[in-house]
Design a protein around this ligand. Sequence first.
Ligand SMILES: [Zn+2]
Length: 313
Amino acid sequence: MEAPETLQNAIVYFSDPDRCFQYALNLRWPNGVVSCPRCGSENHSFISTRRIWFCKSCKQQFSLKVGTIFEDSPLGLDKWMCAYWMLCNCKNGISSCEVARTLGVTQKSAWFMLHRIRKTMESTGGQLSGTIEMDETFVGGKVKNMHKAKKPKGPGRSGKPVAGTAKTIVVGMLQRNGRVRAEVVVERTHQILHEVATRNIAQGSMLISDEWGGYKGVDLQHEVVNHAESYVKGLVHTNGIENFWSLLKRGLGGTYISVEPFHLFRYIDEQAFRYNNRKGKDDQARFEAAMKNVAGKRLTYNELTGIGAATSH
Ligand SMILES: [Zn+2]
């Protein structure tokens, strides 16, 4: 059977435990299992009837899931693969309710799965370089549904979100013809924007931003877009990052309805992953790009929900 190209194919393809196992095995260990993920020993044997390995050094068994984002999950690889497929390829994201229905798991399990998958979509790679569009946006707090008395007047000119509006500030940077990167910040002050720019953008790059004062004096060549002028001045525009904001908000507003600010960065990573893997990749290639990051990542339920955060940091 050919490798899957659509969600329907993927569900059928991964429903066969052997095929699913082989596929995942090739992605995780393309050259075969070299060493035990627990102790690093190369002295192990495969128990094919149970699809697990026995390590002769640490005398423990290990499965494909050990040392990956799937570790400790009671759900089968078939379900994980399909959940991955959906999140990588649904343009506006996919809700835990829909994943639960499609895969026959509880909504809570689906929610946890999706967050673990997002964890493997975190942006990697070095700094952005070349021409970079940088911009901020405000996410959350549906103003139109609020009682009039509670309606905010919009973000304060200080750059801080107005108290009680539940608006979260997201800063994004888009390399022309390249990757996007975005993160949540507490305020859009000069100091914070500079820190974000210095960390993410290589020296010698050209920065394009709007006229927001927080960008003044960033240690990069800097062009400012004058939004008061109704036309785009050649290459000096922030249309690329604004396009990303509209994709992000479509996902957040349509699919996810309400996202707590605490979890927002994971939805941003998810949207950025799809954005950065949109060109020249079909659904299968996007799926494999995400699956390659499953090793070495963990996210426990307590970490995710913040339980025990004070003691275990
Ligand atoms: Zn071992």
